[in-house]
Design a protein around this ligand. Structure first.
Ligand code: ADP
Ligand code: MG
Length: 437
């Protein structure tokens, strides 16, 4: 395209700008282009709308002066942009952005009830079957990982399922607060209020975070009142009861208490076992009862830990043939191997072989040294390696009483302190017996 003015003239203009209007000139001036000249008005193009705004605000007179100096004629300028203004970013709360996603598994069907959560569960069911009328607001509180989010999402699933036209707003307290601030910043309070004050169901998770945000609290108070007055269901969760939330305004505490406040507590062993069974079934994991019990007994504070343990066990079992048993479970959970139980018949057999005596002699009455010594060793090992009582051990040796066992135990125990060979033999026997299991 032909330049509307000669290159040399344009160069003079730019040179003039750089020298005479040093404080106005910017690096990007090098990329300005003369576009057209019409009836004494030179159109100059810039890269983008912000540059054009700058030029219009600060540089019109300077460019006119530079043009007159370069051409000797009276000229004016106008600026245009080579690119369009980018479209404004849509408001987050008018898009789905920031809304929490409903986990598919977090439905009532998958929620295991027990004494710890029965009330919260029943209230959540009632609120979702009769939104706005049963318990409003419903406030569920409890420690981490005890099912609050699960129940909140179950309400959303049920309400959405039963009332497809309902407008649901399910979000974290954090998101509510961020949306509010965005609305303030971008002058979009009207849209913000429309979004949240026209919801049929407002569900906010972890509302305790509202306490730290004064302005969001104020806005939430009004949102709450509007919805409540028009019988729209509000469901909230927090990590503690309304009055325990630090620096939450009294008027909000009393609003939260005006419906139903229900807690979810730590589940008891039975409920934990039921939860592990339910999670295993959901994921098609075949977990035997002793493993279910092991997991439930070990983790008692947080349901997430129960699920985590089940997954670890499942993962390890997949590397070892796919079958889950107690040993795999203990290994997956980093538990030490249980001390192997040694049985008396094993001790008798092992000692009889080593000392070349008959079993019947070990258990009989003979007191010759070649028999009595290995018998004492058997009693000593039985005392050391089995949980049996002295009487029970005596019973294996022809009904001898407990003092005989104590005597044998002391005898061998004392002797091994001074007799290295015996000490080594006993270590060997112990090892053999433990490894046989
Ligand atoms: P919170 O929100 O109270 O921290 P979540 O609702 O996120 O806890 O629960 C953590 C995990 O435990 C989730 O996977 C949830 O499905 C599960 N969970 C908690 N309580 C139960 C329950 N009673 N029955 C079944 N799953 C549960
Ligand atoms: Mg949660």
């Amino acid at each position: 395209m032909r330049q509307p003015i000669q290159d040399s003239v344009w160069n003079d203009v730019m040179q003039y700008m750089r020298v005479r209007f040093e404080d106005l000139a910017r690096g990007w001036f090098a990329r300005l282009e003369p576009v057209s000249l019409d009836r004494g008005i030179l159109t100059i193009s810039a890269e983008n709308p912000p540059q054009v705004r700058y030029l219009n605000e600060h540089c019109t007179r300077a460019f006119s002066e530079a043009l007159q100096a370069a051409t000797g004629r009276i000229m004016t300028v106008q600026f245009e942009s080579r690119t369009a203004e980018p479209a404004p970013k849509p408001l987050s709360f008018e898009t789905e952005e920031g809304e929490l996603h409903l986990g598919g598994e977090n439905v009532f069907r998958n929620f295991v009830t027990g004494p710890c959560n029965r009330l919260a569960h029943a209230a959540a069911m009632a609120a979702s079957e009769n939104p706005g009328r049963a318990y409003n607001p419903l406030f569920i509180h409890g420690g981490a990982g005890l099912g609050k989010t699960h129940l909140l999402q179950a309400v959303c699933h049920r309400v959405r399922n039963d009332n497809p036209n309902f407008r649901l707003a399910y979000l974290s307290c954090e998101t509510f607060s961020n949306h509010f601030l965005e609305a303030v910043e971008r002058g979009a309070m009207h849209q913000f209020r429309y979004r949240y004050r026209h919801a049929d169901l407002l569900v906010i998770d972890d509302i305790q975070f509202l306490a730290a945000r004064e302005r969001s609290q104020e806005e939430f108070f009004h949102t709450f009142n509007t919805l409540h007055q028009s019988e729209r269901q509000i469901v909230l969760s927090a990590d503690c009861s309304p009055e325990e939330i630090p620096s939450l305004e009294d008027r909000l505490v009393s609003r939260f208490n005006s419906g139903l406040v229900a807690s979810v507590d730590r589940p008891c062993l039975e409920t934990r076992m039921a939860i592990v069974r339910a999670k295993a079934k959901l994921r098609c994991i075949d977990a035997p009862e002793d493993v279910v019990k092991l997991i439930a007994a070990r983790y008692d504070a947080n349901v997430r830990e129960l699920t985590g343990a089940l997954h670890k066990i499942d993962l390890l079992s997949q590397t070892q043939g796919g079958k889950i048993d107690l040993n795999i479970a203990r290994e997956a959970l980093g538990m030490p191997k249980p001390q192997t139980q040694v049985a008396i018949p094993d001790i008798l057999n092992t000692v009889a072989t080593m000392y070349n005596v008959r079993l019947s002699d070990l258990q009989g009455k003979k007191r010759t040294r070649s028999i009595a010594f290995p018998r004492h060793i058997c009693m000593y090992l039985a005392r050391e390696l089995t949980p049996l009582s002295l009487e029970e051990i005596g019973g294996y040796f022809g009904g001898r009483d407990h003092s005989t066992v104590i005597h044998a135990h002391r005898l061998i125990g004392d002797r091994r302190k001074t007799d290295d060979q015996l000490d080594q033999t006993l270590d060997k026997l112990r090892l053999t017996l433990r490894n046989n299991h």
